[in-house]
Design a protein around this ligand. Structure first.
Ligand code: NDP
Length: 243
């Protein structure tokens, strides 16, 4: 039996991605801190397809020891797709950042994603049909003032994943690495990250996508041979491209 791992599945894009992969008949491993939300999602998946296996892992991925433990806890499963979606933003100008939140963001957006990607590639790079998809952001391709540190973490995600894709292709590995860059999306993210009413992108207030739409783009990227999927923050066009 094969599985798709989705981190940050208890809300937003990860939640909708889990439903979208379940609708494709994929068994899923869901990870986040809130067990109650993961349990509700598991019940919803069972409504879609009771034959699917759904595994839950409650984990705080901003703590490196937990990240290793989480990965080790999945040794019994055969994982065909790994989606590093869990992410956090704290938008403020550099001198005014809330440092404990910034540290949490660095641990989650960079450290956990790097450790999990490295372990998954180590174990599965030669397995046919495997994919690793990392969730970056439009901010991982264009720096937004007053969200500089968040954008820098997402530039890291984009660079790391595009580089990984090149490396895997260079080695003729069986695995594909891909990066999705969502634009502003109506999720809990805004509550943690910025004041929606004041948020501007290139001098304009963006309209928000739904998480369901973003999960649709994720599936489009999953189905394609492209490495990068970028949602335009103003036109909301979705573009698939090579790095
Ligand atoms: P949400 O806040 O709705 O979802 C974030 C998910 O990550 C939740 O399931 C949350 O679950 C989980 N998470 C947060 N912190 C941790 C942690 N320490 N350990 C484990 N899991 C954690 O936001 P989105 O769905 O919007 O975000 C998903 C991804 O999309 C993120 O990487 C974000 O950066 C990116 N993105 C979002 C955009 C937007 O406008 N919404 C735009 C561009 C990119 P729990 O709290 O239960 O742990």
């Amino acid at each position: 039996m094969k599985y798709t791992v989705i981190t940050g599945a208890s809300s937003g894009i990860g939640y909708e991605a889990a439903l979208a992969f379940a609708a494709r008949g994929k068994n899923i491993i869901l990870a986040a801190r809130r067990t109650d939300e993961l349990d509700k999602l598991k019940a919803k998946v069972a409504e879609i397809n009771p034959a699917l296996d759904v595994v839950i892992r409650t984990v705080d991925l901003s703590i490196a020891a937990n990240v290793h433990e989480f990965y080790e806890s999945l040794q019994a499963y055969s994982i065909e797709t790994w989606i590093n979606n869990a992410g956090f933003g704290n938008f403020a100008s550099v001198g005014e950042q809330h440092l404990p939140k910034i540290e949490q963001m660095l641990h989650l957006n960079i450290e956990a994603l790097t450790i999990l990607s490295s372990l998954y590639v180590r174990d599965y790079a030669d397995v046919d049909g495997t994919q690793i998809i990392n969730i970056s952001s439009g901010g991982g391709y264009t720096i937004v003032a007053d969200a500089v540190t968040y954008c820098a973490t997402k530039f890291y995600v984009s660079a790391f994943t595009e580089g990984l894709a090149q490396e895997l292709k260079g080695k003729n590995a069986a695995m594909q690495a891909k990066v999705l860059a969502p634009a502003a999306t109506e999720t809990e993210f805004a509550k943690h990250s910025f004041n929606v009413d004041e948020f501007e992108y290139e001098g304009r207030v963006p309209k928000f996508h739904t998480a369901e739409q973003m999960a649709g783009f994720l599936l489009e990227l999953y189905d394609s041979e492209s490495v990068v999927g970028i949602v335009d923050g103003l036109t909301y066009d979705f573009e698939l491209r090579e790095p």
